[in-house]
Design a protein around this ligand. Structure first.
Ligand SMILES: Nc1nc2c(c(=O)[nH]1)N[C@H]1C(S)=C(S)[C@@H](COP(=O)(O)O)O[C@H]1N2
Ligand SMILES: [Mo]
Length: 325
């Protein structure tokens, strides 16, 4: 068994999990995974739910209970599949995530079109428990499995001119109904694009996630590979990445292009800077009970940089965070 259960998972979640797993026994056998030379090889990639092998590196925000897998995989934002929280789980199932190419371009020694498997093969997967806080003032605590982005960037060797990293999601209206004009329309411009400063991308907390709860990412969570930047609002954590580009100038990002007054490039979680239409001081934790239960639970105070200030505040020293929101 590749998955070790953290000792502090609550009983209710264990029940959730064991029900889920016994159901899985009847599903197609999990993809065969084996550790290569320090890394991981996908032999049947792209199968959501297949087990991953990884190193546990728990970086847990406090001792908060995990959000149950049920909610982290059924209450999602992925506007390419509709704007309703339940839409991604419903409409993303047909997304073809293998083979998957990632174009690496810009200020980099060896720009190339990579096969996703080749890009991650040399690296060791790690598990990190991170809280992800949506700008809509709810948050989840999820065990992500991935590769520290810095490991990949070091291998790609950016040039000295690289100051930012730009990311792009797949554009394919045939597979992504939310990208078609009409019924599903969100008003966003496609493809979804995001960006980080190079030092943010190189920060040890920044993860390229390929799994959650020890298993390959479900499509609704951004399969086969998505970003996780735990000290920033959820919209920075771009899903289903097909492009990574190293740039000299600050890249355009989807939400700041759409509504620059409401969303900035930095998007650091900050209880002291309100969204123009609501406060960011508190958040609703989506936990392990029923959604109804989560709604009844008192809100948590939102912490500066989502609780990671001791590790990331230094990146923004001297910057006016009211201006660079
Ligand atoms: N391509 C793309 N990435 C995206 C989004 C999106 O609509 N499209 N939504 C973002 C938002 S607003 C949040 S809160 C997180 C949600 O991630 P989760 O569904 O895995 O919890 O994904 C982010 N990444
Ligand atoms: Mo979000």
């Amino acid at each position: 068994m590749l998955i070790k259960r953290p000792a502090d998972i609550k009983q209710s979640e264990i029940t959730d999990r064991s029900i889920y797993e016994s159901r899985r026994v009847f599903l197609k056998t999990a993809a065969t995974m084996f550790a290569g030379s320090g890394g991981l090889l996908f032999t049947h990639p792209g199968e959501a739910g297949a087990k991953l092998q990884y190193k546990k590196q728990v970086r847990r925000p406090g001792n908060e209970p995990l959000t149950s897998k049920k909610y982290s995989t059924s209450y999602n934002n992925f506007y390419e599949f509709g704007t309703g929280k339940g839409d991604p789980a419903k409409y993303a199932q047909g997304l073809k995530t293998h083979p998957w190419k990632i174009k690496v371009s810009g200020e980099i020694r060896r720009p190339a079109m990579y096969d996703f498997d080749d890009l991650i093969k040399p690296h060791t997967l790690v598990e990190r428990v991170y809280r992800l806080r949506c700008v809509e003032a709810w948050s989840m605590v999820i065990p992500w499995v991935g590769i520290p982005l810095r490991d990949i960037i070091k291998r790609l060797q950016p040039t000295s001119r690289a100051k930012y990293v730009a990311f792009e999601t797949l554009y394919d209206p045939k597979q992504m109904p939310g990208q078609r004009p009409g019924l599903f329309g969100s008003g966003l411009q496609w493809p979804y694009v995001e960006g980080l400063r190079l030092d943010e991308a190189m920060h040890p907390l920044t993860l390229l996630a390929v799994g959650l709860y020890g298993e390959i990412l479900p499509n609704q969570n951004g399969a086969p590979v998505r970003l996780i930047v735990p000290w920033k609002y959820g919209f920075k954590s771009i899903k289903s990445i097909v492009g990574i580009s190293f740039t000299e100038t600050q890249p355009i990002t989807t939400w700041s292009r759409g509504t620059p007054r409401e969303y900035g490039f930095y998007a650091n979680v900050n209880p002291n800077v309100d969204h123009p239409r609501w406060s960011q001081a508190r958040e609703r934790r989506i936990s392990s009970g029923s959604l109804f239960e989560s709604l009844l639970t008192p809100k948590h105070k939102t912490r500066m940089f989502n609780g990671y200030a001791d590790q990331v505040a230094g990146l923004y020293r001297g910057m006016d965070l009211n201006k660079f929101f």
